[in-house]
Design a protein around this ligand. Structure first.
Ligand SMILES: [Zn+2]
Length: 244
């Protein structure tokens, strides 16, 4: 399968990434991607500096260098109630959102039920969430049976995060967790999307670790949406069209 889209990338606006939006999209064009999602981190507790960034997405062309651009965010899930860190006014401006648990926002120590319920509640309260980001970090154990079923029922995609599977990543036990997630996705027919989680141009479109794992477990290509941007967009539209 040719990977034609990247669903998870960061620019300078994230604060700990190093390239501009144009540089990231140009890298996508050079790698012959047809679509890129720009998903900068929502600000956590520091809203003021980021408010204007998320407010003014209307000025950004949605096709640049021949690449379709979706302006989103990687939302932090902040607590076990599934609270996310952008208010509705800013969420309304997003084309889509990834929602993830991060050690700088989400309390650790919850069991799999609690962490899974946090993600389910986030999906239920925030209709912009189209993708669950890196649901593979052993610091936040998850009940994959419940998570995959809940995501599938809500037309939310599970992410296979290429960075999580790289040897340098600090997330814990990701390879085994992704394998478990994929086995449930395959059985339930729930699709996944590979996101690079790029924080620099060289990582845009990166999928080598994810692809190797998908091939190792024999995951069905038709359930990986990276080869079909139209199917990816249709999936997002189904989710966003629910409006709840
Ligand atoms: Zn993340």
């Amino acid at each position: 399968m040719k990977f034609l889209l990247d669903s998870h990338t960061h620019t300078l606006a994230s604060g700990h990434a190093y390239c501009t939006l144009l540089e990231m999209v140009r890298a996508a064009a050079e790698r012959e991607l047809e679509l890129i999602c720009i998903t900068d981190h929502a600000p956590g507790m520091e809203l003021t500096t980021h408010r204007d960034y998320f407010l003014n997405f209307k000025v950004i062309d949605r096709e640049i260098y021949g690449v379709k651009v979706l302006m989103g965010a990687e939302l932090n899930v902040m607590d076990f109630d599934g609270t996310v860190d952008l208010p509705p006014k800013l969420l309304n401006n997003l084309d889509m959102a990834v929602a993830s648990q991060h050690i700088w926002c989400m309390p650790q120590g919850g069991d799999a039920d609690a962490n899974t319920q946090a993600m389910v509640r986030a999906m239920d309260t925030c209709p912009k969430i189209c993708i669950l980001g890196h649901p593979d970090d052993g610091r936040y154990p998850l009940d994959y049976e419940a998570l995959v079923r809940s995501a599938g029922e809500r037309d939310v995609l599970l992410e296979v995060n290429n960075t999580s599977l790289s040897p340098a990543c600090s997330r814990v036990n990701s390879t085994a967790n992704v394998k478990e997630m994929l086995s449930v996705c395959r059985r339930e027919g729930v699709p996944v999307v590979v996101g690079s989680d790029a924080h620099f141009v060289s990582a845009v479109g990166g999928h080598q670790y994810a692809q190797a794992l998908l091939e190792e477990v024999g995951f069905p290509a038709e359930l990986v949406l990276n080869g079909d941007p139209a199917a990816f967009l249709a999936h997002l539209e189904r989710r966003l069209g629910r409006g709840s």
